[in-house]
Design a protein. Structure first.
Length: 217
């Protein structure tokens, strides 16, 4: 989210959560100390939306300060953070969404678990995204959804709480959910026009496709 109007569009569409991006190189980045960021965060809180702060290779002190100041609901770690940093955050009561950057193409469940690695031992949720290298984002590219479903099926209850990301948009999100059986999905560029600027109509279409019941509401 980059404006209060973005938040209103998300709330009116019937979505559940918004992201506040604190990674400076990103076109979606926010200054955590700016008044505008406080207004965006307050609008999301007042709308009952879950607020997820996105961090990329920030240190523990910075993450804790921003999370506590804005009273964020979740912390999304999207860089090369060590497991020890997440352990410190979990100990303070923070809820962690760990981005798992996966290769595109067909994957075996064991290959996905290998990428997750030591994060398997922590009480965190996963955001499965395509690996776009140094850009620390999915680059708008989809994952292989049947592979994700096979991984989730094999893990069973231990796979609860994962989020599907990567190249989702209003045209493909319904198929992505059907094939992968994801219960949560994440979108950024798929509801933007131009890049970095959220489009209210695209947001409405995305949520309607992801949650058909919301269209009737």
């Amino acid at each position: 989210m980059r404006s209060v109007q973005d938040v209103r569009s998300v709330s009116e569409a019937g979505a559940d959560a918004v992201g506040l991006n604190f990674y400076e190189p990103s076109v979606r980045s926010l200054n955590p100390d700016a008044q505008e960021t406080s207004q965006i965060n307050a609008a999301a809180r007042d709308a009952g939306l879950t607020r997820v702060g996105l961090f990329v290779n920030h240190d523990l002190e910075f993450i804790q300060r921003v999370a506590n100041t804005l009273q964020l609901d979740w912390i999304q770690l999207h860089g090369d953070e060590p497991v020890s940093l997440a352990e410190d955050l979990v100990r303070t009561g923070q809820r962690i969404l760990r981005a798992i950057r996966l290769p595109r193409g067909k994957l075996m469940p064991g290959q996905i678990d290998d990428v997750i690695g030591k994060w398997n031992d922590l009480d965190v949720s996963y955001l499965l995204d395509a690996d776009a290298g140094a850009s620390f984002g999915g680059g708008g590219q989809p994952l292989d959804w049947p592979s994700i479903r096979a991984w989730a099926d094999r893990r069973g209850e231990s796979a609860a709480g994962w989020v599907l990301a990567g190249g989702l948009n209003p045209q493909n999100v319904a198929e992505a959910i059907q094939v992968s059986e994801a219960t949560s999905v994440d979108v950024a560029s798929g509801v933007e026009q131009p890049k970095g600027h959220k489009n209210a109509e695209k947001i409405r279409q995305f949520v309607a496709a992801a949650r058909p019941g919301e269209a009737a509401r």
